[in-house]
Ligand binder design. Structure first.
Ligand SMILES: [Zn+2]
Length: 63
């Protein structure tokens, strides 16, 4: 059973924590810059890797 991770549609990272600082600040940055804020998607780590995402360095994702 793969663990659950979070990612946004446009990010290239997946996050081990939904409240990861990098994830949250990315969302706020989009808002400030006038971009559409991407919804956070909750998927399995396997699925995230299949989509070519890499683990976020801020929250880490121990294998
Ligand atoms: Zn993260």
């Amino acid at each position: 059973m793969s663990k659950t991770v979070w990612m946004t549609a446009k990010g290239d990272r997946y996050h081990a924590r939904e409240d990861c600082r990098a994830l949250v600040s990315g969302q706020q940055g989009s808002d400030v810059q006038g971009y559409e804020v991407q919804p956070v998607e909750q998927i399995s780590e396997d699925e995230a890797r299949l989509r070519g995402r890499i683990a976020c360095l801020t929250c880490g994702s121990p294998i």
